[in-house]
Design a protein around this ligand. Sequence first.
Ligand code: HEC
Ligand code: HEC
Length: 379
Amino acid sequence: MFKSYHKIILSTVLLASAATSTVCAKNADASRTYTNGKKVIDGGSTYPVKNNKTSAYYVNTKAEKGGFTFGRTPTKNEIKAWNIDVMPDGTGLPEGHGTVEEGDEIYEAKCAACHFDFGTGGSGYPALQKGNAYEAQKSLKNQRTTPDADGPIRVFGSYWPRASTLWWYIKTGMPHPAPMSLTNDEVYALSAYILSINEMKIDGELVEDDYELNREKFMKIVMPNKDGFVPKIDGPNGVENTRKFFNDFKNYGNGTRCMKNCFEGKPVLARISGSGISDYEPPITTKRSMPAKKEGAAGTEHPGKKTYEASCAVCHATDAMGAPRVGDKKAWAAVLKKGIDKVYHNALNGVNGMPPKGGTSLPDDKIKEVVDYMVSQAK
Ligand code: HEC
Ligand code: HEC
């Protein structure tokens, strides 16, 4: 009897960690029911062990000696389902294909909400391009030897040393609210689109609208910053490269070693006197006082404004997402016809393109506060 319960709980636990938080919550409820009459703390499961003792973990009595005794040994198929990363050498990269145009359409529908048009990025969401990847490219090594030199701009095209990460990241992590929901062909199409907005070439050919990406072509992508990371820690010579790099002091610091007479002239020191540091403007004192309150500014700002900007503006600042634009009186008049309680309810539970709580995990009253702010902007 116990055994079959364990099976149910274990499979839900395995699924829960792979799936979204809503599934998690459901499974927590499920495990609450399946606890063999034991009281459950925090929705977790307790498992009988021996002599009336219980454990928060299922004890694997079949575990090999010296191995882990928690949970159970995963099956070959389970490992296969989890082991889905894509390596630079192509391991894990499945067959498939998709064009830039197809990717463009999927992008508009599933990615633009957060990464904005053409991957330009938005409030808090990373940009997926900053123009031509080759022009935005400068080795990281510049920054060590010439501290003022610009490094590569930190976006996919100019910074990432491997394209395999892109495929894998999109497949397993995006779109953010629904990871693992894209087909392999869709991921190829999106990758093609992202290469195109980075103005990248594969095998000398510019990735343009009608370009069709597939596995074979994907493997030929050469990232502009592939050698930008130093020392080269990859590959069979990784350790040796790293050692060599750090043995040569020219590779870091200012390139010269100095033990005495290192300064030309006299070093300038800031002196610390008894009660405060006086060489600074304004002087730093040891007197403690609260910063003066700025008249108006903080006091008049709506308490929901900051959260709105951080979590909701991504969709509500424009009409593009089909969300009522904040400040658009007509749109909000239509929303408010339902009555404010229904609007709160929709904001908390989601409606059509509006994710529950706008995709955040903020407490209910915080969300209501933001809704109040949104409503106040339409008056
Ligand atoms: C609801 C918002 C949201 C949506 C929709 C979304 N993303 Fe993201 N994306 C994010 C966030 C947040 C990050 C940063 C995650 C992190 O750094 O942990 C990110 C990171 C990325 C990155 C890595 C960028 C970098 O330089 O680190 C890529 C590539 C990406 N997303 C592609 C996509 C694609 C393709 C889609 C559509 C299928 C998509 N995203 C949809 C929120 C979103
Ligand atoms: C990923 C995009 C997205 C984000 C992020 C988002 N919203 Fe929305 N929101 C929408 C869309 C789309 C609608 C229109 C839904 C409909 O009625 O079809 C909407 C509608 C609403 C409505 C009106 C509900 C109604 O009854 O018609 C409220 C209120 C609202 N959002 C609040 C918020 C708050 C608060 C946040 C941030 C915590 C937020 N939204 C974040 C997309 C978003």
